[in-house]
Ligand binder design. Sequence first.
Ligand code: 48H
Length: 252
Amino acid sequence: MIRDIDITRIIVEEFLNDFLKSIEIDVAIVGAGPSGLTAAKYIAEKEKKVIIFERKLSPGGGMWGGGIGYPIIVLKQGYEILEEAGVKCKEKDGYWVANAIEAVAKLVSSAINAGAKIFNGMTVEDVIVKDGKVNGVVINWSSIMEAGLHVDPVSIEAKAVIDATGHDCNVAKIVEKKYGLKTPTGKIEGEKAMWADEGERKTLENTGEIFPGLYVTGMAANAVMGAPRMGPIFGGMLLSGKKVAEMVLKRI
Ligand code: 48H
């Protein structure tokens, strides 16, 4: 016999058990797009406790829709990261091509298999800063935030925080507003117009620590540093995720 309250109890107990194991962690990644998922996989593979907080219900960020809603991923570089995750890539006219649905599914799956955890429907609305260093994130349910309810958030302690929030660079914006960034200008430069070749190159160059304890990856790196967007080409996102993972692993 199915008891309705068994289902309730199991959901609440399991979630709380998971959540309580996730309040003191090595790395908090904000955003489960291609860069955040890739970073999570490489950090988790080194047995570090890594959690992705994703505002939406579904991880995958801007990858689902490929370009103009055609679910095709094009890459010039970094396709080996997709292949490592088990995604079938084929060569076409000097590029690599993959299916967007397969790419998202397998990046999510390989991050989870490596030991990363994803909390969905949770928005990072602030960070913890102590002695001039980011020490964690402050989270709330996205549904509460969207309803505009005055409900206070809770905190997660992390040795490093990665802003993988894409075009919006939401975590960098919070820190910029309250403290200024430790970048050459101290502020968010804003993403520039489309230039795929330069945008892809700069994504990697701009990946790094922008405030003690806070790292930026993917599209957010170009938005912070004032570099071009690159349109629907995804190799820079994957390589940036791998690069930030390597940088963070050296520091924690
Ligand atoms: C929790 C949050 C919050 C928050 C946002 O946009 P993404 O896919 O990011 P990247 O950098 O991995 O990939 C960018 C790529 O998808 C893209 O847009 C490209 C290549 N554009 C080129 C162009 O020219 O347009 O994923 C970011 C994720 C999303 O899932 C958000 O929901 C999530 O971050 N997010 N999660 N707390 N405060 N803000």
